[in-house]
Design a binder for this molecule. Sequence first.
Ligand SMILES: [Zn+2]
Length: 440
Amino acid sequence: MAEFAQRTLVHKKISFLTFCLSLLPMLCEGVQAPAAAAPVTAIRAGKFIDVQAGRVLANQIILVRGMKIEVVGADLAIPDGAKVIDLSKMTVLPGLVDCHTHLADTADSEPLVVLQRTAAETAYRAIPNASVTLLAGFTTVRDVGVYRAFNDVAMRDAIARGIIIGPRMYVAGAYITISEGAGAMTGLAPDIQLPLDLRYGEANSPWEVRQKIRELAHRGADHIKVLSTGAVLTHGSNPKSIEFTPEELRAAVEEAGNFGLRVEAHAHAAEGIKNAIRAGVASIEHATLIDDEGIALAKQHGTYLDMDIYDEECIQSSPNTPADFLQHDRDLGEAQRRNFTKAVRAGVKMTFGTDAGVCPHGINARQFAFMVKYGMTPMQAIQSATVNAADLIGHSELFGSITAGKSADIIAVDGDPLADIRELEHVRFVMKEGKVYKGD
Ligand SMILES: [Zn+2]
C-alpha cells in the first residue's frame, strides 16, 4: 500500500505486456519484453559499514544485478563481463535516508511566497531540491508535507518514472491540520479565500480528520502527517499550544491504519507529544519539549523520535527569517538539543530527520555532527539514517542496509565517518537502484 503509485505503475506495465504477448502481438509493436539479463556491477569496498550489526568490515565485494544487490562477501568471484567500480580506498555504506524533508515546496523562509507563484512554477522550482538531496547521498526521503497539496505526489512519481532525478520519496500529500493551525497557510486577511490545494488538509473533528485521510489515501499518500501542536515557522502560531485533541489523533491513527498507512505527528509542546504517542503515531517530529514522561511513553510504545536538531542554525542565521518565527524559536533550539541527549541516553528509538527546506536542501548531512555532539555514537547516528529510518518508513525489505535482495542504494566517502562523522557531508559516490549518479 505504501508504495502505491510506483507499484501501480509497474503493475500496469507488466499486465499490459502480458496481455500483449499472449493475445494480440500485432497490436503491441514497440512494447518491449524485459531484458533477459540485467547488467552486473561489482563494487570493491575497502571499508564496509554493516549498519545492521554495527560493525565495519574490510575488503568486501558487492555484486549488483540490475536494481538489486545480489550478494555481498569478502571472497566473491567477479562474473565475466561485470563492470567493476573500485571503491577500495573508500568507506562504503548504505544510501542515507532523511525522514523529514519538504522537497516539493518552496524553500523560502516566508511561506506566503507560495501565493506569488503558480502551482507549476512551484513544482519546477522544486526540481533541484530533489537532485541536490540525491547527490548529497540521500537515496530515500520521507517527505512530510507540502503547502500545495499533491505537489509531493507528483514529484515522487516524476522521480520514479525517471523524468527528474532525486531520492525515492514517500510522501504525505498534504498537512492534516486544524484551521489556522501549524500546517495551514496563515497570515492572510480573514476575507481571503484560499484555493482548495492550499487548504486541502484542514480538519476540525475526528470525522473530518478521517475524511481527509480517506481522500489522501485514495490520491496516493504513502503516510499521513498530522500537526499535534503549534509551530515555529507558521504565522500566528504558538509551538506551545495544543492543536489536535486526543480524539482527533486517535481517529487519524485508526483511519490511516485502515489503509495500511502510518502517521507522523509534528509536536513541540510536551502534552501534544504525549497525546500523539498515546494515540499510536509511528513518530514524533521535532519532539522539542518532550518531558520525562514523554520519553518513557515513547520507549514503552516504540515510538520513533525524529528530531531536527541542526536547523536551528539556519533559522537563526538566515537574514530572511520572519521576526515572529524568530520569536517562536527563542529558547526552543537549545531545549530540543538537551532533550535529544536525554532521549538518546534513555534508549528511545531515533531516526534522522532534518526538516530540509528550513536549511537549504542538500546539506542534510550536517545534522550528523550535531547528533554526535549531543550524545550519539557515530554508528548510532548512521543507523538512525539507515536501518532505523527504513524501519520507521516500513520498508526494511527494500533499503536501509547493503544486504542481498535489497535495492542497490550505495554511497561512499573518502575517510572514515566513524572517526569523523563530518565525512558524510562530502559523499563522493552515489548509486540508487543500481544506477550511478555521482563518482563513477
Ligand atoms: Zn517539517
